[in-house]
Design a binder for this molecule. Structure first.
Ligand code: HEC
Ligand code: HEC
Length: 339
């Protein structure tokens, strides 16, 4: 009897294995691929499909379990949000330091204000419009790793300066000439466009330790590249930068996927459900249930509110993120629940 079972299940098992293997990608192909969300179920931003945050935090996905082991997510610096003429909606949140000083928030449950907005209020805030420049996309999506000036933290995080300079034909031509190997304008353009392709591909697919930014689309990418060229001093990049109009959900998506999800998993326990005691990082999905919008704004602006002596990992401050953008992240998490 036993033999008979084995002879039936053997082939079935092998077929199952083949099916499973066929569905798997070769282990070496890419670094950790971020899981892709299903298509948007909640509606669209103007021209952009907003999708929820999915899967583990990036550091965990690439095998880093303690944020003090890496500069990733912590290179943003302590500069203030940029002065700009762009439009920012007015949400009912304050930017000043949390009352009562730092330290007690996490211990008390992290919820500084009782302001929990109703669904319809949040929906209304979600329809507000932001106007974003290339520098804003950089701030929301890149700065936490590559720093305010793009230098990164070599050797782990490469500088963007060289690779972006290589996308500017004028700079390529000048550099080759300086090196005593002059090339024609056409050749320089050819090389520059190859370099640009490789940057665009990196944004789509990510790198070894860099997440994919496939949520960046169309005009967002154009204005981001334009800004990066200006940042690295490419000539003919001083053209007046265009502003991209986006709704709150989309802005929140940029901040969450480009910054918060470096450390925070999409789903899992929050602070109140024992997270703090275990020293873990609360999930994005827990925020709408455990935090007020005001509480998130303060956490982003001022960083960890836990007392040092509690030990564990501490969240850095992101003072260069505006109050409105942090509020947008909250609204995004409410309207597009992480999966
Ligand atoms: C979570 C951290 C992280 C974020 C966020 C991030 N990067 Fe990176 N980036 C890296 C790392 C790490 C490298 C080094 C190469 C690698 O491991 O892929 C890198 C490398 C690069 C390089 C190539 C450097 C080279 O030598 O070729 C470019 C260009 C770049 N990033 C652009 C961007 C842009 C633009 C954004 C924002 C849309 C961004 N990065 C966001 C981590 C990040
Ligand atoms: C470099 C890693 C890192 C990044 C990036 C990060 N966080 Fe955190 N965050 C943590 C850690 C660690 C904790 C838990 C301990 C603490 O509060 O310091 C935490 C805790 C929190 C809490 C709970 C605070 C409490 O007391 O209950 C909130 C809310 C939060 N983060 C929001 C955000 C938002 C929003 C972003 C994106 C703008 C973000 N975090 C980006 C590491 C990070």
């Amino acid at each position: 009897m036993r033999l008979k079972m084995a002879s039936i299940f053997g082939p079935v098992l092998i077929i199952c294995l083949i099916l499973i293997l066929a569905g798997m990608k070769p282990a070496q192909s890419q670094s950790a691929d971020r899981p892709k969300p299903a298509a948007d179920a909640h509606g669209h931003g103007p021209g952009y499909v907003v999708t929820p945050a999915v899967g583990p935090g990036w550091l965990k996905l690439i095998g880093i379990f303690d944020i003090s082991m890496t500069p990733m997510g912590q290179m943003g610096g302590d500069g203030p949000p940029p002065a700009s003429t762009r439009v920012e909606p007015e949400f009912p949140v304050e930017g000043g330091p949390p009352p009562g000083g730092m330290g007690m928030g996490g211990m008390m449950g992290g919820n500084y204000s009782g302001d929990q907005f109703s669904d319809s209020e949040l929906r209304q805030m979600g329809d507000e419009k932001f106007a974003l420049a290339g520098s804003d996309f950089y701030r929301l999506d890149c700065r936490a790793c590559h720093g305010p000036e793009g230098h990164g933290a070599p050797p782990e995080i490469n500088s963007v300066i060289g690779p972006i300079q290589a996308t500017a034909a004028g700079l390529v031509e000048a550099r080759m000439k300086k090196m005593g190997r002059p090339i024609g304008e056409k050749m320089a353009q050819e090389l520059a466009s190859q370099a640009l392709q490789s940057v665009l591909e990196r944004l789509q697919k990510g790198g070894k330790k860099m997440p994919s930014f496939s949520h960046l689309q169309g005009k967002e990418v154009d204005t981001l590249i334009q800004y990066l060229k200006m940042l690295v001093g490419a000539p003919a990049s001083q053209a007046k930068s265009t502003l991209v109009s986006e709704n709150t959900g989309r802005v929140g998506e940029h901040l969450v996927k480009g910054t918060c999800q470096i450390c925070h998993d999409a789903t899992g326990p929050g602070m109140r459900s024992g997270g703090m005691m275990q020293g873990i990082i609360p999930s994005l999905a827990s925020f709408p249930f455990e935090q007020s919008m005001q509480s998130i704004v303060w956490q982003v602006g001022y960083g960890s509110r836990h007392m040092m002596m509690m030990g564990g990992q501490r969240m850095p401050a992101y003072p260069y993120i505006t109050v409105q953008e942090a509020a947008a992240a909250y609204i995004y998490l409410v309207r597009y629940p992480p999966m």
